[in-house]
Design a protein around this ligand. Structure first.
Ligand code: SF4
Length: 397
């Protein structure tokens, strides 16, 4: 998993959904007119053209069309966007090209057209195979919609399918989670993501949190550990906190985020990391489209641009790499930053290693499943410890 500075990921955000799920804080909405699709595709295409020269010396080896629900958009508009990606960026041979899908929004015909336009991977959002849990999540599809969608993708010769599931959701039990995993693994997708439900600020779920019948933390931990064991038994190796893959089927695009590699994101609320800068675009489709349509007016669409260098870059690397099962490779860390990871973080790491949250094997330091379950806490603790350490005159990195 060495990083390659000439490689680039392209992300395109499609902010449309059929309905808005009560737990979701992604930038997405239900459009009130069909006219918006073509106008939005025009804006994204024009925006990509602006980056053509800047990215001319990079080769894109992953493209991810995410959302929202990209397949809510008419196929012809998605195909136009894919053609524009190929026109504006140099694509690597065998580039991974993913489209996110929700059940009941794509059939064999749609998948076939997308495959002909270059798509070779789809990611289907199921979340749960249990009707009552889907209802509690305010999802509007059924398990059989998902199965139809999965089969349609296979019939359209999509050889790489990922399925999203959630745990820690209302009404869920350990048994029902294992049942959902069983339903999914029977179909043999190449990749499975299993996300922990977070109650996000400003969502309808936040307002009714007390009434949600959520599993307690011990049950959730049990769910997580049992799910990892079931997936590993069925040939899915955990390679990141929430991600599992058959051999050779890890998600190249998402690995770019965790390896601190470059990617360019297009669309409202899309993030980029390019030329050592992190930036994002405005979280409003109207402001985004107006800004791109009328470049001369210089309506600003970029928000929060920040150069990431020195200590900040190292902090990001630690935070993102520890999400991966292989964790931090000590030699690679020394090569990148010219300092010793154990010297910098050693006493903090000892604390977590002794309690079984981290492990050190050969050249790597990594989180155990128990550590992954509380990774947010551990990562912020390690990083604030390093920041305090940096105040010491002995550390002048
Ligand atoms: S389908 Fe996905 S993106 Fe759309 S509202 Fe639901 S969770 Fe959010």
């Amino acid at each position: 998993m060495q990083s390659d500075s000439s490689r680039l990921g392209i992300y395109i955000h499609i902010p449309f959904c059929r309905t808005k799920c009560a737990y979701c804080d992604f930038y997405s909405f239900v459009p009130d007119t069909e006219d918006i699709y073509e106008r939005y595709a025009d804006a994204v295409i024009k925006h990509m053209e602006c980056y053509r020269a800047a990215a001319a010396d990079r080769t894109a080896d992953s493209v991810f069309i995410g959302g929202g629900t990209p397949t809510v958009m008419p196929t012809e508009q998605l195909v136009r966007i894919l053609k524009a990606v190929k026109r504006n960026f140099r694509l690597a041979k065998g580039a991974e090209i993913t489209v996110e899908v929700n059940p009941a929004t794509a059939d064999k015909k749609k998948f076939t057209r997308l495959r002909r336009a270059g798509v070779n991977r789809v990611s289907i959002g199921l979340q749960s195979a249990v009707p009552a849990e889907l209802k509690a999540l305010t999802r509007t599809h059924t398990l059989s919609d998902f199965e139809d969608c999965f089969r349609a993708a296979r019939e359209a010769k999509i050889g790489n399918i990922s399925v999203d599931l959630m745990f820690g959701t209302p009404l869920q039990t350990k048994e029902s989670l294992l049942h959902s995993l069983d339903c999914v693994t029977r179909l043999s997708p190449e990749h499975i993501s299993l996300y922990d439900l977070k109650i996000e600020e400003g969502t309808p779920f936040e307002r009714i949190r007390e009434r949600l019948a959520l599993p307690d933390e011990d049950t959730e931990y049990d769910m997580y550990v049992k799910a990892i064991a079931l997936l590993e038994r069925r040939g899915y190796r955990q390679y990141e906190i929430s991600n599992f893959a058959r051999p050779g089927k890890t998600c190249r695009h998402n690995l770019k985020y965790w390896n601190c590699d470059e990617y360019l994101g297009f669309g409202p609320a899309a993030y980029s990391y390019f030329n050592k800068n992190r930036f994002s675009f405005v979280r409003s489709i109207e402001a985004y489209m107006r800004g791109v349509e009328d470049m001369e007016s210089r309506i600003g669409i970029t928000v929060g641009s920040e150069e990431i260098s020195g200590r900040a870059q190292m902090g990001e690397y630690v935070m993102l790499r520890l999400r991966l099962r292989e964790g931090i490779a000590l030699g690679e860390f020394r090569r990148r930053y010219g300092c010793d990871f154990l010297e910098m973080y050693g006493s903090k790491l000892d604390f977590y290693i002794k309690r079984g949250y981290m492990r050190c094997r050969e050249d790597n330091i990594f989180l155990t499943p128990a550590g992954m379950f509380v990774s947010n806490y551990i990562l912020s603790d390690i990083l604030s410890f390093a920041d305090l350490n940096a105040l010491s005159p002995a550390n002048s990195f």
